[in-house]
Ligand binder design. Structure first.
Ligand code: SAH
Ligand code: SF4
Ligand code: F3S
Length: 448
């Protein structure tokens, strides 16, 4: 391959969890600091980064079909293909295999190595194919350009801030401990600084992110040991920051202080995403979840005691190896007990290298389909009921975007519901509304 001129435009596509969205923004800032700019919508790009997810088979396979489409659709005016980089969790999990399967890929870069992209691009444009899936001891965060307002790619009122990364839990079905590495917490001072910059750039809401966000710990500005609740309290002191959220938590890392913060910190939104995966203690043990159905229910009760209106959300897996009909019924019972405001549910997907992939009793696809349908019907019933119970409430919504009709806006309630209303407003406004009518996915509102 002959050398290419320096890439001037980039496009980044992020898949998977919110942490990938955050990484995608940091990559955009990094490329921006190198003098590159985002390719215009629909236009061609010199560099395409696929920021991938490996959590389920479908998500991982998508990469390969996307690469084919990029080569076909996003070629440059002179007929050459863009430089293609595969980043994210598929890059970490499959590494060189991607190079072998896709000759068009020039770079493979793991989630802990993307701060080294500029050097990789330089090699790639001179014809090398470069893979970097190192998990260096000095994390990317120390080396990435700081989040000066100028480099920010978009000024959304709601921003993500990764505070914790990695996972030491090793649930037997899950790839994350392998793709993201061991649990680390970013330093308190760095996070406060980054939060300030996000707020200066227009953020009114910050969602603190981590694969096990509630495992975050650090030392505050006075050298005291603090947990996530301490970080939340420090961020709540930023005057222009109006809302704080955090996700995803693990039941075993929950502290009394974090529960208490929900009753004490006004800016901490009444919403908790706490995955349970199954309602059966035998399945939970086989999953290596290290909590029981009972301890989970008790934990939720404590959150509800601290903040009675808190919206609970969760994740579920149906068809884990060996799951019997009766064990699946236990999951439905869990749903009936908790009454989730929102939830994500998935069919078990065997992932290469995880213990569950080789367990006996893999469940037939038809059985999983049927269980997923029943579970989702129950979850939808409850989210509709939660939304209906909100009708008549007056609350603040954070305006996120325009609606389809003129004068119509979409905002988020404190309970993370989407609410539509008509008014004079602007993105980033906090508007007082009354909730008028509910559907399963959104509410109608009017300004009060
Ligand atoms: N750290 C978080 C999120 C992990 S990934 C947590 O512990 O909850 C998000 C969700 O994907 C998980 O909660 C789980 O429900 C689902 N998931 C993970 N691995 C899966 C697999 N192999 N098959 C199906 N769903 C899976
Ligand atoms: Fe995966 Fe379990 Fe870690 Fe969540 S806690 S990331 S499900 S291993
Ligand atoms: Fe997917 Fe990696 Fe997130 S596997 S869910 S992108 S941590």
């Amino acid at each position: 391959m002959k050398s290419l001129s320096e890439p001037k435009t980039y496009r980044i596509k992020s898949f998977g969890c919110q942490m990938n969205v955050y990484d995608g923004e940091r990559m955009a800032e990094l490329l921006g600091a190198q003098g590159m700019s985002a390719a215009p919508e629909g236009g061609d790009a010199d560099l395409v980064v696929l920021n991938t997810c490996h959590i389920r088979e479908k998500a991982a396979e998508k990469v390969y079909s996307d690469i084919g489409r990029i080569v076909k659709d996003w070629g440059r005016d002179d007929g050459s293909a863009p430089l293609i980089a595969v980043a994210g969790c598929v890059a970490q999990a499959e590494g060189e295999e991607i190079m072998a399967r896709s000759p068009d890929v020039r770079m493979v870069v793991g989630p802990q190595a993307y701060h080294r992209l500029p050097g990789m691009i330089e090699k790639a444009r001179h014809g090398e194919r470069v893979t970097d899936t190192d998990m260096p001891a000095n994390t990317k965060f120390g080396v990435l350009p700081d989040r000066s307002t100028g480099a920010r790619t978009r000024r959304a009122p709601s921003a993500f801030l990764t505070v914790q990364e990695g996972c030491d839990k090793f649930c037997t079905y899950c790839v994350v401990p392998y793709t993201r590495g061991a649990e680390i917490s970013r330093p308190f001072a760095d996070l406060v600084e980054e939060a300030k910059r996000l707020v200066d750039a227009g953020a009114r809401e910050i969602t603190l992110l981590g694969q096990n966000v509630n495992a975050w710990d650090g030392e505050d500005d006075k050298g005291r040991a603090v947990g996530l609740d301490g970080l939340i309290r420090a961020l709540a002191a930023l005057p222009d920051l109006k809302r704080i959220r955090y996700t995803t938590s693990h039941p075993n890392d929950m502290s009394d202080a974090l529960i208490a913060a929900h009753g004490e910190v006004d800016k901490l939104m009444p919403y908790l995403h706490l995955p349970v995966q199954s309602g059966s203690n035998r399945v939970l043990a086989a999953m290596n979840r290290s909590h029981s159905a009972e301890s989970y229910v008790e934990l939720i009760e404590r959150f509800r005691a601290a903040r009675p209106d808190i919206a609970i959300s969760g994740d579920f897996i149906v068809g884990f190896p060996g799951e019997t009909d009766a064990e699946f019924e236990d999951t439905l019972k869990m749903v009936d007990t908790i009454r989730y405001a929102a939830a994500f549910s998935f069919k078990y997907s065997p992932r290469p290298g995880t213990p569950a992939a080789t367990m006996d009793g893999q469940i037939a696809k038809e059985v999983m389909d049927e269980r997923l349908q029943r579970l989702q019907a129950a979850l939808q019933r409850d989210s509709l009921a939660f939304n209906q119970a909100s009708v008549g409430r007056t609350c603040e919504v954070l305006v996120e975007r325009k609606g389809r009709k003129p004068g119509q806006w979409l905002g988020k309630t404190p309970w993370l519901q989407s609410a539509w209303f008509e008014a004079e407003a602007a993105i980033g406004d906090l508007v007082q509304v009354e909730l008028l009518a509910a559907g399963p996915n959104s509410l109608e509102a009017r300004v009060v």
